[in-house]
Write a protein that binds this ligand. Structure first.
Ligand SMILES: Nc1ncnc2c1ncn2[C@@H]1O[C@H](COP(=O)(O)OP(=O)(O)OP(=O)(O)O)[C@@H](O)[C@H]1O
Ligand SMILES: [Mg+2]
Length: 492
């Protein structure tokens, strides 16, 4: 068959590659991936505004590249995406360095040092477009003030992107204002703190303009009120997928700052769902993948999914490392896990129960409240057969049993009518307490004190906050009332 070699034309290819859908956050993350792959222990990212003519510089102390390696690295499609990658390696397509950089600006300069020897390459898209040739410079452009001396030690790499037309409107009529430049940087920082949180928790330091990145853990691990479900394993194409479900505590147990922080980049409601990690790097977050809608009642569920880089094909990982597709094989499994934990979240949101943190696998109904009907109508009562409750009651003496039953009765008394009146849980900004609630708080504290249960003011405030009818009352408000009204007469 007749054939003819047909080289792609440089200008249109480059232009198309600039538009594969990175945003500044995913682009910078893709460049940081490279530093992590190069075993860097420190990555410094500097953003310079320069009245719209600034630069982004990523400097790492990783392995660096020799001349041949850098030449390959700067080639579009430097590695076969099908080839096997090392364990933990974040790269896949042999594209990120170029595509991520070009989505931000028109010039990419890389200086790399390996075993003390320096190599330099620079793509200038204006030059490529003008000549319509893949022309790669081998020296630092004269108008750039960087030098290989900036690399301390024998190994390391500087990736510098300037002519930031996409990132800050360089050379266009719409140069971004300093405020929006710096707020973009803040968002990039938050994004990196999220997608690299596992890696940041280990032994790498990443900083932006001198500020150290702090890991943002979506599962609030370390918070004793957070519930970590049983780890489960699913299989896709005979490869492990690890599922770790988490249910966060009720939002009212946080103070304002903690609440805001736990809401992450997009807020509580949008952060529910699956979090997919590839080699400990988050590639998708807060997504139910069409299995469920996002609703307020389920906003406490965040489910971690881990897969390894030998499953990229099954997960249809994209070049930007910011989206995946759930393999058909595990869809059903994820659906039933999601369903179970969404139910738990709904329970906590409705009844403000705490998820059980006991190591034992909980069996039986997890509903803490049940509907009870008799001739007088339908009411909510506490599920006395809840496995955690029966466990507690089994281990305690008669007197304490009596106290617990007293307490449960109190809860039942306060809850059904309140709950039935509350169509859905609406988060109110105002946290005022009405006269009835004030009385209940005082009465409750007195009962506790008389029954000899040793609880301090914080514990009492917290337990009251878990009662029905106090959905929108802050713990701090309850504590204030207790301090003012009961502290003198009751011994906490
Ligand atoms: N900071 C760096 N330090 C050392 N080597 C690097 C660095 N950045 C890139 N490289 C080398 O350049 C190669 C090409 O990088 P590029 O990001 O384009 O592709 P990749 O990381 O292999 O795959 P992906 O497209 O999935 O990111 C890398 O495989 C790596 O060998
Ligand atoms: Mg890469």
């Amino acid at each position: 068959m007749d054939e003819i070699i047909t080289q792609p034309s440089a200008t249109p290819v480059i232009q198309a590659l600039r538009s594969i859908g990175y945003n500044s956050q995913t682009a910078v993350a893709d460049l940081v991936d490279n530093s992590i792959d190069a075993k860097a222990t420190k990555v410094s990212i500097d953003f310079s505004y320069g009245d719209g003519n600034g630069f982004i510089k990523i400097y790492d102390n990783g392995n660096g590249m020799n001349d041949e390696e850098l030449q390959t690295a700067m080639t579009i499609g430097s590695k076969d995406p099908r080839s096997k990658r090392e364990r933990n390696e974040l790269g896949r397509f042999g594209m990120g360095l170029k595509t991520a950089a070009f989505s931000l600006g028109k010039r990419l300069t890389v200086i790399s040092k390996k075993d003390s020897s320096v190599s330099i390459r620079c793509w200038d898209l204006d030059h490529v477009s003008k000549e319509n040739e893949w022309l790669l410079y081998k020296s630092i452009p004269s108008d750039l003030s960087i030098s290989p001396d900036e690399i301390n030690g024998d190994n390391g790499t500087i990736v510098l992107i300037d002519k930031l037309d996409r990132f800050c409107g360089f050379g266009t009529y719409r140069v971004v204002k300093p405020e929006s430049f710096f707020s973009k940087i803040k968002r990039i920082q938050k994004y990196l703190e999220m997608v690299f949180h596992v890696i940041l928790e280990k032994d790498i330091l990443i900083e932006i303009n001198g500020n150290k990145l702090l890991p943002w853990n979506p599962f609030l691990e370390g918070n004793p009120r957070c519930y970590e479900g049983e780890i489960q394993y699913l299989f896709s194409n005979n490869k492990h997928v690890v599922i770790t479900p988490y249910v966060l505590p009720h939002p009212s147990t946080f103070n304002k700052n903690e609440h805001k922080d736990a809401g992450g980049l997009k807020g509580w409601r949008d952060h529910q769902g699956f979090y997919v990690y590839r080699e400990n790097r988050m590639v998708s977050y807060g997504d139910w993948f069409g299995l469920f809608p996002k609703d307020v009642q389920s906003e406490l569920v965040r489910i971690r999914i881990d897969f390894s880089n030998d499953s990229d094909e099954e997960w249809k990982l994209d070049v930007k490392k910011s989206s995946v597709t759930i393999p058909e094989e595990i869809r059903e499994g994820l659906e039933s896990i999601g369903k179970y934990y969404r139910q738990l979240s709904q329970e906590i949101m409705l009844y403000r129960t705490k998820a059980s943190q006991s190591g034992e696998k909980v069996k039986g109904s997890l509903n803490t409240w049940e509907l009870y009907s008799d001739d007088n109508g339908t009411n909510y009562i506490i599920n006395r057969n809840h496995p955690v409750l029966t466990n507690i009651l089994r281990d305690i003496d008669k007197q304490n049993k009596r106290k617990i039953n007293l307490y449960l009765k109190l809860l039942e008394l306060g809850s059904p009518s309140n709950l039935l009146k509350t169509e859905s849980i609406v988060k109110k900004e105002e946290h005022f307490v009405n006269e009835n609630q004030r009385k209940t708080i005082i009465e409750y504290a007195n009962i506790l004190s008389n029954s000899g249960i040793q609880m301090n003011i914080d514990q009492i405030s917290e337990s009251i906050s878990l009662m029905a009818g106090f959905e929108s009352t802050e713990i701090a408000t309850i504590k204030e009332i207790l301090k003012k009204e009961v502290e003198a007469s009751v011994q906490f």
